[in-house]
Design a protein around this ligand. Structure first.
Ligand code: 13P
Ligand code: SF4
Length: 354
């Protein structure tokens, strides 16, 4: 976090000037309702007719501003349905969003996610203007470890490579050898060809990876405040209520939750599992918005929503995305000497998974 700078910029886009005056949001007129009816038809089982008149003018204004600014919105799978389905250009898990940030031709990236994701975009797209709609959108895992902690680990475990989960600040990544995400952690650990690695900062992801590899994993004690709250008793209760239910969990969950599940994977892998296997009923052991977002693609599947909200992801709204694009705020930058080292760790991962 100490290298993240956010600034409400008059405008930071070198190629696209700021709009001369703050624009007015369009009203929800019959014409606007008619123009946006096809979009509403696609999302009406996750957005209510009561909500739509409030969302539609913002959606229209955001999509117009994106064209004016030559901007793209990268939305994490935990975004609310109106963001995920109606304004985002690319959706995905952390790895997919990082890859998209590296290849986009847009001048401006709006990160609809948390700020370690915005920093990763900036590392991979240093010439682009990267905006985060709310700079307070953090992550309990990123907060759990500092660069000084990583330097201490290097002293305690000399010669042992350090793999950092992408859910860390750029300053922490700069101290590590290689990055990983929940979708490639096993592959990254095994790619190093050593008997022992440190995998920081998520203790539960590290324990999950340990069940999949012979490489000895040394963990840190960081936890995701959303996933650590699920318990094996929650899953037993779901199975007791409906023995046919399929349970799929994110690897940030505690080990006993993962053991009690039918499948474990990144948010993208979870979506893929549901859309491919089409279970009659499924419980997604992860953040609340995932069920709504997968439901658009799999309307025939019934979702149990055990549902823990990520308060950081939920800081991102249509309102602040609109303000971000209107006022070109808040720009995310990474101090160059830190960025050079952090980029190496992220690029090493991206190259291994391409
Ligand atoms: P994914 O990379 O699986 O999307 O996970 C990111 C995250 O923050 C999950 O809590
Ligand atoms: Fe961080 Fe957990 Fe929120 Fe993901 S769900 S951003 S790991 S706090």
């Amino acid at each position: 976090m100490d290298t993240l700078t956010v600034r409400p910029a008059e405008t930071r886009s070198r190629r696209r000037p700021a709009l001369a005056a703050p624009r007015q949001l369009p009203a929800f007129t019959p014409d606007l309702a008619a123009e946006m009816a096809p979009m509403f038809a696609r999302v009406q089982h996750v957005i209510t007719p009561m909500e739509w008149p409030a969302y539609a003018p913002l959606i229209k204004a955001i999509n117009d501003l994106k064209r004016e600014r030559n901007a793209v919105i990268l939305a994490h799978n935990y975004m609310t349905p109106e963001i995920f389905n109606c304004v985002s250009d690319f959706r995905g898990d952390s790895l997919q969003l990082a890859k998209e940030a590296a290849r986009t031709k847009a001048d401006v990236i709006v990160q609809a996610g948390v700020h370690f994701m915005a920093e990763t975009s900036k590392l991979l797209s240093p010439d682009k203007t990267v905006l985060i709609p709310d700079p307070r959108a953090g992550c309990s895992l990123a907060e759990s470890i500092t660069p000084a902690d990583v330097r201490m680990l290097r002293e305690v475990y000399p010669g042992v490579p350090i793999v950092t989960y992408v859910n860390t600040s750029a300053a922490v990544k700069a101290e590590c050898d290689i990055c990983c995400t929940s979708s490639n952690a096993v592959k990254i650990v095994e790619s190093l060809g050593v008997p022992r690695v440190l995998l920081i900062p998520d203790e539960y992801l590290a324990k999950y990876v340990q069940t999949k590899t012979k490489v000895e994993i040394i963990a840190w004690k960081g936890h995701c405040e959303v996933h650590e709250r699920f318990t094996a008793e929650d899953i037993a209760a779901m199975r007791a209520a409906d023995p046919g239910v399929k349970v799929i969990a994110h690897p940030e969950c505690p080990p006993e939750v993962i053991e009690a599940s039918d499948f474990t994977g990144s948010t993208a892998a979870m979506i893929n599992w549901v859309t491919t296997n089409r279970p009659r009923k499924v419980a997604l052991i992860t953040e609340c918005s995932m069920a709504s977002n997968v439901a658009v693609e799999a309307p025939d599947v019934e979702f149990i929503r055990p549902c823990n909200l990520c308060p950081h992801m939920k800081r991102i709204s249509l309102e602040n995305i609109y303000e971000a694009l209107r006022d070109m705020k808040y720009e995310v930058t990474v101090e160059p000497s830190v960025a050079a080292k952090a980029r190496r760790a992220v690029e090493r991962m991206v190259n291994l998974t391409n």
